[in-house]
Design a binder for this molecule. Structure first.
Ligand code: GAR
Length: 198
């Protein structure tokens, strides 16, 4: 059984789907959920599902990334995770942190990587006139949003889409994609999961 930690920054809807999936014959179990924001709505949702939570407020570290990450590592390592899932975690992690979890840290990103790493992915897809958008789950490497692909879900971009309507359509697929990728990954299979709602 793979012990799985999840980091969030906000509402945590992907985290909820991951935790809900990790039951029965699923090869992973959620052991802890952490956030860089004590107000993150997902923390209460995790506790309601019986998962231990912690928060390390990045604002208390005033730009000292190393000190923030040292504080983050303490409860994380105490939970002895085999796998670390980033699920809407909006802090960039240093190479030193990434290397600690090399080959076992996953991230979900709301674009069809390698298109649109970084922020404002949905607006960028609309502005480019793309016919398709989507989400990607990948292994985290020191370079932002650039690690090996573990899964991708595609949706159409509709003519009257705004960033919000497109984000909502993509999020529905994220909720299907991430649990499937985690199940496969935790069982030792890194073949990409490909979903197509386009
Ligand atoms: C999701 O759309 C996720 O792909 C995105 O943040 C949202 C979090 O929603 N992640 C990133 O942009 C990472 N760069 P959630 O808190 O409801 O899961």
């Amino acid at each position: 059984m793979k012990r799985t930690a999840i980091l969030i920054s906000g509402g945590g809807s992907n985290m909820v789907k991951l935790v809900q999936a990790m039951v029965g014959d699923h090869p992973a179990r959620a052991v802890i959920v952490g956030s860089n924001d004590p107000q993150a709505g997902g923390l209460a949702k995790a506790r309601d599902m019986g998962v231990t939570t912690f928060a390390i407020d990045h604002r208390a570290y005033q730009g000292d990334r190393a000190a923030f990450e040292a504080a983050l590592l303490e409860p994380l390592l105490a939970a002895q995770p085999d796998i670390l899932c980033l699920a809407g975690f909006m802090r960039i992690l240093t190479p030193a942190f990434v290397q600690r979890f090399q080959g076992r840290m996953l991230n979900i990103h709301p674009s069809l990587l390698p298109k649109y790493p970084g922020l404002h992915t949905h607006q960028r897809a609309i502005d480019a006139g793309d016919a398709e958008a989507g989400a990607t789950v990948h292994l985290v490497t020191p370079e932002l949003d650039a690690g090996p692909l573990l899964g991708q879900a595609r949706v159409p971009v509709l003519p009257d889409d705004t960033a919000d309507t497109l984000a909502a359509r993509v999020l529905v697929q994220e909720h299907l994609l991430y649990p499937q990728v985690l199940r496969r990954f935790a069982s030792g299979d890194q073949t990409p999961v490909l979903l197509n709602a386009a």
